[in-house]
Write a protein that binds this ligand. Sequence first.
Ligand code: NAD
Ligand code: MG
Length: 420
Amino acid sequence: MQSLTILGATGSIGLSTLDVVSRHPQRFRVFALTAHRQAQALGDLCLRFAPRYAVLADAGAAAALQQRLAQAGCATEVLAGERALVEVAAHGDVDTVMAAIVGAAGLAPALAAARAGKRILLANKESLVMAGDVFLAACRAGGAAVLPIDSEHNAIFQCLPETARGLRGSGAAVPGEGAAGGQTAYGEGSPPAAALAGVRRILLTASGGPFRQASLAEMEEASPEQACAHPNWSMGRKISVDSATMMNKGLELIEAFYLFGLPGPQLDVVVHPQSIIHSMVEYEDGSVLAQLGHPDMRTPIAHALAHPQRIASGVSPLSLAAIGRLDFEAPDLQRFPCLRLAHEALDGAGAAPCVLNAANEIAVAAFLAGELRFTDIAQVNDSVLQVLGSRAAGRDVDEVFAIDDEARALARRQLMRCAA
Ligand code: NAD
Ligand code: MG
């Protein structure tokens, strides 16, 4: 029995995780479920999965939820606040933590899981983008294992040689048998560079999003509803907008850098509109290994939950004959400048990825609130990156959040300029 905390249980990834978990009651026990302030939805999940703890980050609704659960005869204890998120991520009775909070809010509990040596199923890519080195150091110190949930990184993980599935510089540990049982540990201080010998390139696939064929003029007028109408994937609104700007692919380049240890020039993006190939690894001998599947997050979630075994996910078999063809094209950096910004941030390293992520969170929130044009998201990101991108990386979580705060403040000032 794996005991599971799901951070962000009411979200798109959280619900997909619970769907897989519900198919294997003999394998998984839900220890804690968390949400931001969706008390109703979290309450429904508690009645269904009876976790020991439910956590609302926003304390306001916790008392009402506790009362509702008690009246229904559910023994789940309701906790509130950010500290409680950290507690259920690091609790001694937890084996596995699904890190599926969206945005920078996911960093602190993911770090807590890392320090506590958990098996971390990492959907919250922001943890790596904001604080890659700090997060990896915490994994190393705590002996945590990380399994990537992002479909691209999960695909790459599956296509890499087993010996190369370690975290960059972490000295630890993507597991053979999970955090509890034998990890395949690299020697202290030795990055998996040697294990990556023979890997020429990682190729991240991108759907191109809803505006793959749109003109810049059309993109200027795009509404939040249009931007969130992803052709292949059903996801939360923030990542949907990121897919439309291709910032998501940019964040994923940075995520791949930290997860797999290949430098920027060996990380490429190819647009693949059908989203059937989830990413590829190219080897020196010319072999290209790909992982294919329906665009359904239950596949990478089930893969990571059961690794190294395989379990049913509820995803239907792939019929290549029905799909008929797989297309590919180069990304257009003119119409999707966010992808260029991510390459720049990777080249500069330091605090640049953290700065870019913070600016983007502010810009996307403003766009979703109807306060910023779609094409201005890239403008805001660019201007903040130019000013703050050369800062040194935060050496601990406090420094990371200080840089994050500064980038957000600057992004807010840029928003006002765009509105003026
Ligand atoms: P979502 O918006 O659907 O769900 C987010 C979850 O986080 C919700 O449970 C919400 O209550 C919680 N949350 C939001 N703000 C919070 C806060 N301040 N404090 C505590 N909890 C908070 O998002 P999603 O689409 O499920 O994405 C979750 C993460 O997974 C993101 O980092 C995203 O980039 C990543 N991801 C998602 C997908 C996908 O298909 N949805 C694919 C790859 C990666
Ligand atoms: Mg992805």
